[in-house]
Design a protein around this ligand. Structure first.
Ligand code: SF4
Length: 454
């Protein structure tokens, strides 16, 4: 895949005539415009994030099929089938670069790409599915003749135990080493005999998904090697910054401007922090009130959040000054800290208007000793998290639901469930940004406040 500055991209010919689910076995031989490199990756990321959310919410396989279908149509569809196919391939290979860079990133990408592939495969008709099996070169032969005859009774028992009707005479079974279909074995959905599982044609997905997962897993290791040895350095002025930004890229509104629900002033900041801040910001806020100090990571995370919820620069300076001067004195505050607060508001340095951090960036941060930034669902010990959730008023049932999500590393979903428990309402969009948590909370609280008497 060669990335070029800006010319019309030429679709590769073999993809034009062959539009189906690609297996991403080799990098595409085509030119890609720099803008597409990034935009296609962002669109695929939206699909993968939607898949991750659906899985975390425990959607069943049929619901996941529908979700994948909708997400794909929304973000990846192109009226030209060959362009859509190319977008599919390009976006996958770009994200492979993005997500090969750490074990945690690799694990997430591998799970989401596998889930995406599984449901896309399930949405294909039987012929298209068999073509994909062929393309993988899977060496499984259909069981025929006397062998099939001898197994019919037991195959029928398995089918009936699943509440389905007996296999028809045309039913096709594949004989597969049982370790290649672990999910079918674990859920007792296949007959096993002498180390082989007899997999029905309708269960092909399991075979193919195992192959797909193993292929992507190996490919991520190889890509990581190429990235660290050559690509990162060679592309340091062009692709590397894009690749590095993509894994923490947040795809929703940036919350850099305050809205009607985000307008706070110093006099009510304590009350609003209690009623509407998400746990990460509540914790930082309490710490600055308690210790009269926060290290750099905490000042950035809380400071930009406060800017996003509408705290004006003068109020922000007054807030930080009131706390920090208790510890470091006003001279040092003016010298060392006031500048960076003005800087966050775009009043110093390059005058960039910095945007508040999204959950993903906060979750991936790595707080050290003495730091208080980060996401409590990811960075707190279990005891500390339980205590903090208790202070937010969660019942023990609500808390167990949240802790389940934390154990499964679904930190944003844990935060969403906390939100739902605290405000007694569902949050279908899920929490993706601390400022979104704040705004949603304010909307609910304001709708419950009776209008002032006239
Ligand atoms: Fe904050 Fe997001 Fe973590 Fe919630 S999920 S605590 S909003 S970083």
């Amino acid at each position: 895949m060669e990335v070029i500055r800006s010319q019309k991209r030429t679709p590769s010919n073999d993809t034009v005539s062959n539009p189906k689910i690609p297996l991403y076995l080799t990098a595409p031989q085509m030119e890609v415009r720099l803008e597409e490199f990034e935009l296609f990756a962002i669109d695929r990321l939206r699909v993968l994030k939607g898949v991750s959310d659906g899985l975390a919410r425990g959607r069943n396989p049929k619901e996941m099929d529908d979700l994948v279908d909708t997400l794909w149509k929304e973000h990846m569809r192109d009226p030209d089938a060959s362009l859509m196919f190319n977008k599919d391939i390009i976006s996958h290979f770009v994200l492979r670069l993005v997500y090969c860079r750490s074990d945690e990133l690799k694990k997430w990408f591998l799970s989401m790409e596998t889930a995406l592939f599984r449901h896309r495969f399930r949405l294909q008709n039987f012929e298209a599915q068999r073509a994909i099996v062929g393309e993988f070169g899977l060496p499984y032969k259909a069981v025929t003749g006397a062998e099939l005859e001898g197994l019919k009774e037991r195959l029928g028992q398995v089918v009936r135990s699943l509440g389905q009707i007996s296999p028809t005479v045309e039913a096709i079974y594949y004989k597969v080493p049982f370790e290649e279909v672990p999910d079918l074995v674990a859920s007792r959905r296949v007959l096993i005999q002498k180390g082989y599982a007899f997999v029905a044609g309708s269960q092909l997905v399991s075979l193919v998904v195992t192959q797909f997962r193993s292929h992507i897993s190996k490919a991520l290791i190889l890509t990581n090697r190429k990235w660290t040895t050559t690509i990162r350095e060679r592309e340091k002025d062009r692709l590397t910054p894009i690749v590095e930004a993509l894994s923490t890229s947040y795809l929703g509104p940036d919350y850099s401007q305050s809205t009607e629900y985000a307008e706070i002033s110093l006099k009510d900041i304590d009350q609003v922090a209690k009623s509407s801040f998400p746990l990460c910001m509540r914790h930082l806020f309490e710490k600055v009130r308690e210790d009269h100090h926060l290290k750099h990571g905490g000042r950035m995370q809380l400071g930009l959040f406060l800017k996003g919820v509408g705290l004006k620069l003068d109020d922000a300076l007054a807030f930080w000054r009131a706390e920090f001067t208790k510890k470091v004195g006003s001279e040092r505050f003016d010298k060392e800290y006031a500048y960076s607060i003005r800087h966050n508001y775009g009043k110093e340095g390059k005058r960039t208007d910095y945007t508040p951090y999204a959950c993903q960036k906060i979750i991936l941060s790595a707080p050290g000793a003495g730091d208080h930034h980060g996401c409590p669902y990811r960075h707190f010990s279990e005891d500390n998290l339980r205590a903090a959730l208790g202070r937010m008023g969660l019942s023990s049932r609500g808390m167990e639901g949240v802790m389940d999500q934390v154990r499964n590393k679904h930190y944003q979903l844990a935060c969403t469930m906390t939100f739902e428990a605290v405000y007694g309402t569902s949050c279908d969009a899920g929490i993706n940004h601390p400022n979104q948590y704040f705004e949603e909370s304010q909307k609910i609280l304001k709708s419950k406040t009776p209008p002032a008497p006239v």
